[in-house]
Every structure is written in structure tokens, then in C-alpha cells.
Design a protein around this ligand. Structure first.
Ligand code: ADE
Length: 251
């Protein structure tokens, strides 16, 4: 039964509305004072919650983002909290051509891929692209009327032509910087994982992603919080298999 949900965020601005809405305490350096990661824990209904953040790059006074911090944070979080569900939560770019709009909140589907890993050697080509199967959360998406899209992870906010081609080939709707890494590490620990991402920018629009991102970050984080609470309340007390099946989730 799902009774401990660990939610992994990169940025404080993405996590703070959720921490406040869930009445959780200020994130603390529970993994050690030498590490930037922070966690805020508490209870909601029948579920224990741990919200874990990558923490700050003190050299530049900005949050850590990206796959390295995602991997280490997920490893620390899963080892410490032993959750039975991990959610990679945050903001993302979306493809308008595949139906995404600013402020939409997407659940993952199908698989997690990387779009900027180009290693043209058999075996390494597929391995470095991730291609990790996603948990079936179709019932959850239907119950909460959330969109689902294939999430592709990379290490840039902007998009080069090769990356666009890779995402087109994979059928990606959502472009972000952490989910595949969170999925990889959760998988190493045999822990079920999904992702919930709110769209801050349309990557196939003429406007630069960083301008759209900064403009829409607060609204997207607000929408993300709203849907995250619904996801938590729907998942708590259910079984992982139930998330595939709408009728197992709604009365
Ligand atoms: N996070 C928010 N928008 C993004 C984008 N366009 N690419 C990668 N990560 C993002």
C-alpha cells in the first residue's frame, strides 16, 4: 500500500508552494551539513510525505538543477525515507505541436528518455538514451483529468536542432532536466516512480524558453501544487497497480 510518498523537486520556487499548502516545515539539511539537499517531512491523511529539494549552489546563489543533482538527491532520499512511491515534480517545457499549453500539468507516460545523449556505438546508443519504462498511471490521469505525455530529459533549457529531432523521433511532449535521472535511481532501488510536470514554456514557440520560464514559473508552480495535492490524496492508501485503473481510484 502507498503510505510514504517522496516528492523530488529541483528548485525551491517549484517546491515552496507545495510545502506551504501541505503545511510542512522548512526544509532541513537532514542528509548532512556538507550536502546541499534539503528535506521537509510530515503527514497527510494516511500517507507520510517527504519533499526533497536539490538545494543551493552556494557559489552562485541559485538552486542546483539537472541530472547529477537529481541522481544524488534521489539516492539519498530513497535510502533515508524508503518511500513506496517517488514523484519527480517540477516545471518543464512543452510542445505546443503536441497539445501542450502554458500552465498545463502533465503526468508521465510510456517511458523516460534523454534527448541530448549522442553515442553512436551499438548498445551505448540505447543505454545512454534511458528508455526506462514509466509506471502505468493512466487511471490516475483519467481520475484527475490530467494530461499525459512522454517526458524527455536533457541538460539544456534551450533546444538545439539535434535535440528537437531526437524528441520528435521519441514522441516527446514534455522537455525537462531531471525525470529520467530520478527514474533511473528509483529503479535501482526498486521503488515505483512517476513524474508530474507543469509547463512554463512552449519549446516550439518563437519566444526564448528562458524568458517564458521566468514569466510563467510562479503560475506553473501554483498549478503544479494544486495537482500534486490531488495526486497525493488519490494515491495515499492505494496500491501501485490501482494507479493504472480509474475505477480503483474513484468511488
Ligand atoms: N524546465 C522548464 N522549461 C524547460 C525547458 N524548456 N527545457 C528544460 N527544462 C525546463
Amino acid at each position: 500500500m502507498i503510505n510514504h510518498i517522496c516528492i523530488i523537486f529541483a528548485m525551491g520556487a517549484e517546491a515552496e508552494p507545495a510545502i506551504s499548502k501541505l503545511s510542512l516545515p522548512e526544509p532541513q539539511a537532514v542528509f548532512g551539513d556538507h550536502l546541499p539537499m534539503r528535506a521537509s517531512t510530515g503527514q497527510r491523511g494516511s500517507a507520510q510525505l517527504s519533499i526533497v529539494l536539490f538545494g543551493t549552489d552556494d557559489r552562485h546563489s541559485v538552486d542546483h538543477i539537472g541530472t547529477e543533482a537529481a541522481s544524488l538527491t534521489t539516492h539519498l532520499a530513497v535510502e533515508r525515507f524508503k518511500p513506496n512511491l517517488v514523484i519527480s515534480a517540477g516545471t518543464a517545457g512543452g510542445f505546443a505541436s503536441r497539445g501542450a499549453a502554458i500552465g498545463d500539468v502533465y503526468l508521465a507516460c510510456d517511458r523516460f528518455v534523454y534527448h541530448d545523449r549522442r553515442v553512436n556505438i551499438p548498445g551505448f546508443d540505447r543505454s545512454t538514451q534511458g528508455q526506462y519504462p514509466a509506471m502505468n498511471v493512466t487511471g490516475l490521469a483519467e481520475a484527475l483529468q490530467l494530461k499525459q505525455g512522454l517526458i524527455s530529459t536533457g541538460s539544456a533549457l534551450d533546444m538545439h536542432d539535434e535535440d528537437a529531432q531526437a524528441m520528435h523521433d521519441q514522441g516527446a511532449t514534455i522537455k525537462e532536466m531531471e525525470a529520467a535521472a530520478v527514474r533511473w535511481v528509483a529503479g535501482l532501488h526498486n521503488t515505483p516512480m512517476t513524474a508530474l510536470k507543469a509547463v512554463t514554456d512552449l519549446v516550439d514557440s518563437p519566444h526564448p524558453a528562458h524568458e517564458q520560464f521566468l514569466k510563467n514559473l510562479a503560475q506553473a508552480s501554483h498549478n503544479l501544487t494544486h495537482e500534486l495535492v490531488r495526486v497525493i490524496d488519490t494515491c495515499a492508501g492505494k496500491f501501485i497497480e490501482d494507479l493504472a485503473n480509474r475505477s480503483a481510484l474513484v468511488d
